[in-house]
Ligand binder design. Structure first.
Ligand code: F6P
Length: 323
């Protein structure tokens, strides 16, 4: 044993993301390797308040690596935002002997981890969200699986659009961010991508479609991030203005499920193992990320204050090559 920490907890919080299970497995096994016990907290912070906590052995996390979702369940807890709820959670950490906690989730989950850390429960945050909207990391757990799912779905939609010479408006998730739309847009050859980070109008979409038609393009995919929305209205507008038969598809939660890609499994395993290293070294109030292929960690408050530059160069490239 090379650490004084005897037991750590792990929980998943906020919207689930494929690869969270790979992170839970990595945390559990890396901790046991260091002689620490592991407690799995079910249903995120709500479970920490309720004491919904189970021991995790190395075998308990077998066969979850390849599964989407989270074996620990996830929830959003309003009670945890109150001082009373937080004190209950801290009391349960003491009761269950949890001396450090790995929190897998998005920005909201990081805030909770910061609050717990400042109240004496050492926490490490891992970025887990399909949205890829966390500033302190280039990539989040679940993003790669999500965009691969969107690419698969849009490719299918493209088949039928091509046969009927139609246009399809596809709305994808991402909350207030356009990373899913942009990356999937490049990978599917969408003729126009609408994201909250870049101002564009329906007139721009029509112009792009008409330019394509003028040089023989017969089918069109328009990807819209949910932060822009209005897929149905946009679809009707395109059909009414151009005469091209247009259909709208809102992909929804299909994007958040499925077996994680190899990339997400590797990333989640790296993040989970690194979080254990930090806790074992007595660190607290940190978040883990990846920058230029290097694992990094930051102070939670510092991470929450960071901003993420939307890759405008990629956006422009997408527009140029999708004619
Ligand atoms: O943050 C992940 C995410 O899937 C977003 O893309 C989306 O806006 C939101 O969660 C949907 O939340 P819910 O599953 O609660 O409807």
């Amino acid at each position: 044993m090379d650490t004084k920490v005897k037991k750590i907890g792990v929980l998943t919080s906020g919207g689930d993301a494929p690869g969270m299970n790979a992170a839970i497995r990595a945390v559990t096994r890396a901790a046991h390797f260091k002689g620490m016990e592991v407690a799995g907290v079910r249903r995120g912070y709500a479970g920490l308040i309720a004491g919904d906590i189970v021991d995790l052995s190395v075998r308990d996390v077998s066969n979850i690596l390849q599964e989407g979702g989270t074996a620990l369940f996830s929830a959003r807890s309003k009670e945890f935002c109150t001082e009373e709820g937080m004190q209950k959670a801290i009391a349960n950490c003491k009761k269950f002997g949890i001396e450090g906690l790995v929190v897998i989730g998005g920005d909201g989950s990081y805030r909770g981890a910061g609050d717990l850390s400042t109240r004496g429960v050492p926490c490490i945050g891992l970025p887990g969200t399909i949205d890829n909207d966390i500033s302190s990391t280039d990539y989040t757990i679940g993003f790669d699986t999500c965009i691969n799912c969107v690419v698969d779905m849009v490719d299918r939609i493209r088949d039928t659009m091509r046969s009927h010479e139609r246009c399809s408006v596809v709305e994808v998730m991402g909350r207030n961010a356009g990373y899913i739309a942009l990356h999937a847009g490049i990978a599917t050859g969408a003729c126009f991508v609408m994201v909250p980070e870049v101002k564009s109008t329906v007139v721009d979409v029509i112009k792009k479609i008409e330019e394509g038609r003028a040089i023989g393009k017969t089918n069109f995919i328009v990807l819209v991030a949910e932060g822009v929305g209005h897929a149905e209205e946009l679809s009707k507008y395109i059909q009414d203005t151009t005469g091209v038969v247009t259909r709208a598809t809102i992909l929804g939660h299909v994007q958040r499920g499925g077996s994680p890609t190899a990339r997400d499994r590797v990333l989640a395993s790296q993040f989970g193992s690194y979080a254990v290293e930090l806790l074992a070294a007595g660190k607290s109030n940190r978040v883990v990320g990846i920058r230029n292929d290097q694992l990094v960690d930051y102070d939670i408050q510092e991470a929450l204050a960071m901003t993420k530059e939307f890759p405008l160069d990629l956006y422009r490239m997408c527009d140029i090559i999708s004619i």
